[in-house]
Design a protein around this ligand. Structure first.
Ligand SMILES: Nc1ncnc2c1ncn2[C@@H]1O[C@H](COP(=O)(O)OP(=O)(O)O)[C@@H](O)[C@H]1O
Ligand SMILES: [Mg+2]
Length: 226
């Protein structure tokens, strides 16, 4: 992924916007593949090309269930697994993004400092033409997730070698306070189990993007959003 690639992907996204209304591009990929970095980068580049207010970055992460809900379900220890998200809520939000172009639509965001989703965090104003939605399970072929793909103008899958993803995940988990041993165990057991399901969904994507990095352009972005 180079800055040229990022520019090409932003132009590709922009070309999907209809004359009236808006288009959603969905970016899927395993934990640590680089989805968030890519989605923010593309949304930012679209705004440089088409003007401020034309693109919104929309993470599926805002649909994490609250910690109290995960406790009640006995799923807190597997936070990030497919059944620890409000998938139906995410589908409904994407439908609203396409249907409600005359009023603001507010999406929740995942707030890492409190480890909880926060409602009303991401405004999608009427002028938005491109929404870059991003998350683990966008291409999973089971309800409610299977309802997402028909809402997307295109879907991109970020493919990154497992070894590189593991390195990034251990780094992330240790930065967020886990011991190196606990970080490695979480990356292997929890993230690893989720990745099996996610990688199996790659064939449903319109385009596969190499997320292994190494270029100046996206490395800079990666550092800015780490
Ligand atoms: N193309 C890239 N090159 C190098 N590092 C990257 C690249 N994309 C992402 N990263 C780094 O990898 C880590 C995971 O990226 P992130 O975008 O958060 O992945 P995801 O959202 O898929 O879990 C971050 O530390 C980020 O800075
Ligand atoms: Mg992410």
């Amino acid at each position: 992924m180079t800055t040229t690639d990022l520019d090409a992907l932003a132009r590709r996204a922009l070309a999907l916007a209809p004359a009236e209304g808006r288009a959603i591009v969905g970016i899927a990929g395993s934990p640590g593949s680089g989805k968030t970095t890519l989605a923010r980068g593309v949304a930012g580049r679209v705004e440089e090309l088409a003007g401020p207010g034309t693109a919104v970055y929309l993470p599926m992460d805002g649909f994490h269930l609250a910690n109290a809900t995960l406790d009640a379900l006995g799923r807190h220890d597997r936070k990030g697994a497919i059944d620890t998200f409000d998938g139906w809520g995410f589908v409904a939000l994407l439908e609203r993004v396409l249907a409600e172009t005359g009023n603001p639509v507010y999406a929740p965001a995942f707030e890492r400092t409190v480890d909880e989703p926060v409602a009303g965090s991401i405004p999608i104003p009427p002028g938005t033409r491109i929404v870059i939605a991003e998350g683990n399970y966008l291409l999973v072929d089971a309800d409610p997730w299977a309802r997402i793909r028909p809402l997307l103008a295109e879907s991109w899958f970020v493919a990154t070698p497992e070894e590189e993803r593991m390195r990034r995940l251990v780094d992330r988990h240790t930065r967020h306070g886990r011991t190196p041993e606990a970080a490695a165990a979480w990356a292997r057991d929890v993230d690893g189990a989720n990745a099996v399901l996610i990688e199996a969904s790659a064939a449903r994507a319109t385009l596969v993007v190499d997320g292994s990095g190494g270029s100046a352009g996206v490395s800079d972005l990666a550092a800015a959003h780490a």
